[in-house]
Design a protein around this ligand. Structure first.
Ligand code: MG
Length: 139
């Protein structure tokens, strides 16, 4: 790759809007007990409450960055991510519902925001309790 092409590729990368990836279990859905381990506790009827703080952050991100992608993903699969988004009433903000596994980790680019209760082999950037709007200068 020549220097000019490399620089062009870098400019394109810089121009891409930040993407937001958000996990479901123990991130958007906070389980009230951990006597029964999830995954996919919502489908199994485990009691939970919504992470209203995070939902507010997602809504703010969407308002401030309407062309950015917001992806809800889960190890439980894309259908589970879609169902969780539906019950949380955030589906209209979401660009895609994905299975969260190694087959999709390549979608995360440098500078993207990944909110998850797990570390995800080092790609997580924020825990479910963290503020990400201001510190990423997205406002
Ligand atoms: Mg989780």
């Amino acid at each position: 790759m020549t220097t000019a092409i490399r620089e062009e590729a870098k400019v394109e990368e810089d121009l891409k809007p930040v993407q937001l990836f958000v996990d479901c279990d123990d991130t958007l859905l906070i389980y009230d007990t951990h006597q029964t381990p999830n995954p996919y506790g919502h489908w199994r009827g485990q009691f939970w409450h919504p992470n209203l703080f995070l939902i507010g952050q997602i809504t703010a991100f969407w308002s401030l960055n309407p062309t950015s992608g917001i992806y809800i993903w889960s190890g439980g699969g894309s259908d589970y991510a879609r169902e969780c988004s539906k019950v949380l009433n955030i589906s209209h903000l979401v660009s895609g519902f994905l299975v969260k596994d190694i087959t999709n980790f390549h979608l995360v680019r440098s500078g993207d925001i990944v909110v998850d209760d797990d570390n995800l082999d080092g790609i997580r950037t924020h825990s479910p309790e963290e503020i990400f709007i201001e510190e990423n200068n997205l406002a």
